[in-house]
Design a protein around this ligand. Structure first.
Ligand SMILES: *Cc1c(COP(=O)(O)O)cnc(C)c1O
Length: 368
């Protein structure tokens, strides 16, 4: 049993993928070009957003989002304390200060009440993360941002296809950031990322920034200082195929999550993923909490059931952020949750038989 099996996924759509990759090889355009343009169009239609701009990674999407909004030295950006490092790392790389906000203990997403406590006169933006495919509380966050004149950059790296109300995650705030890392809900066969926005000026800036600030009409006239962050044509061709299967794949994840919820109800002290009302989760991870996390993980490992701990160290305790001098007690929920979380296998091709074995073994651990 694998925690995630990319080979199974390839086998299930091999013909379509092979055709798309071969077509790209025949075309001979490997950076930008028709495949990238077509994917950007299709992704924008899928997400119901005006602009979808592909980049090299989800990390670049966050970094360039901050750059496009002129966030830099002297600015503070609010980020959840419990997320992948890229959410905060990119803030620091822009020269701004990441300010860690505690999480809601049910959804594990940024806590709007703590956002309000951590806003200062230097705060420029909030980066909610739709962690594990669960939408953050965008209603509350949008209101706080509007009242405080703050930008909202959504980190939707784990939430392609998830919804908050009528809108897709990543299309509620000023900018949405997506990752196509191979194991994400929409995964490429290498690195890839995307930024979405309804704002024409931001879109224009991102297109400049991703290609060395080159003028659209004269490649060697540089209007601003940018970076090299483009999506490969082969990745775009793969993503076009996979985008067509994304809804089905997300539905399969939801089915697996429901099965876990049903079968494990009453097993030990397990607490199931909290989704939040009016929000649709796409289960990038199926993450539960238990006081016996380490013992459960060891028990399952001995029986060849793979699990992962996302994330064992909250950002405020990361050595990389020691220079910020943050007090240990600044985000108590994140500190507590990071001791209790464990993610069980969930991916579209995870079979019912495999899940039965996992379920049986977990129940065995809890003695029932
Ligand atoms: C994966 C991920 C990123 C970074 O995406 P890359 O494509 O790996 O650079 C950022 N934020 C979160 C929450 C992620 O899960």
């Amino acid at each position: 049993m694998e925690f995630f099996d990319l080979k199974k996924q390839y086998q299930s759509i091999k013909e379509e993928i092979d055709g798309a990759v071969l077509r790209t090889l025949e075309n001979g355009v490997f950076i930008g070009g028709p495949e990238v343009a077509a994917f950007e169009k299709e992704a924008a239609v899928f997400l119901e957003t005006a602009h979808a701009i592909t980049l090299n990674s989800g990390t670049d999407a966050l970094y360039l989002a901050l750059k496009a909004l002129d966030i830099g030295p002297g600015d503070e950006v609010l980020v959840p304390d419990f997320t992948f490092i890229a959410t905060a790392e990119t803030v620091a790389q822009c020269g701004a200060v990441p300010v860690f906000v505690d999480i809601d203990p049910v959804t594990f997403n940024i806590d709007p009440e703590d956002i309000e406590k951590k806003i200062t006169s230097r705060t420029k933006a909030i980066i909610p993360v739709h962690l594990f495919g669960r939408a953050a509380d965008m209603t509350a966050i949008s209101k706080i941002a509007k009242d405080g004149n703050l930008y909202v950059i959504e980190d939707a790296a784990q939430a392609m296809g998830a919804k908050c109300g009528q809108k897709f995650c990543g299309t509620v705030g000023d900018i949405g950031c997506f990752s196509f890392f191979p194991t994400k809900n929409l995964g490429a066969y290498g690195d890839g990322g995307m930024l979405t926005t309804d704002n024409d000026d931001i879109a224009q800036k991102i297109k400049l920034l991703r290609a060395h600030g080159s003028s659209p009409t004269n490649k060697y006239l540089h209007l601003t200082l940018g970076v090299n962050s483009r999506l490969d044509a082969i990745q775009a061709a793969v993503l076009r195929v996979k985008l067509r299967h994304l809804n089905d794949c997300n539905d399969l994840r939801i089915g697996i999550a429901e099965k876990y919820n049903e079968s494990l109800a009453g097993a030990g002290d397990m607490i199931f993923p909290g989704i939040g009302s009016g929000r649709e989760c796409v289960f990038h991870q199926y993450t539960i909490t238990t006081d016996r996390r380490d013992a459960l993980q060891k028990f399952l490992k001995e029986r060849q059931i793979p699990t992962m701990v996302y994330y064992s160290v909250p950002l405020h305790s990361q050595p990389a952020f020691e220079y910020l001098g943050i007090e240990a007690g600044s985000c108590p929920n994140a500190a507590l949750i990071s001791q209790k979380v464990i993610s069980l296998p969930i991916y579209p091709e995870f079979s019912a038989d495999e899940q039965e074995i996992a379920l049986k073994t977990i129940k065995e651990f809890y003695g029932g």
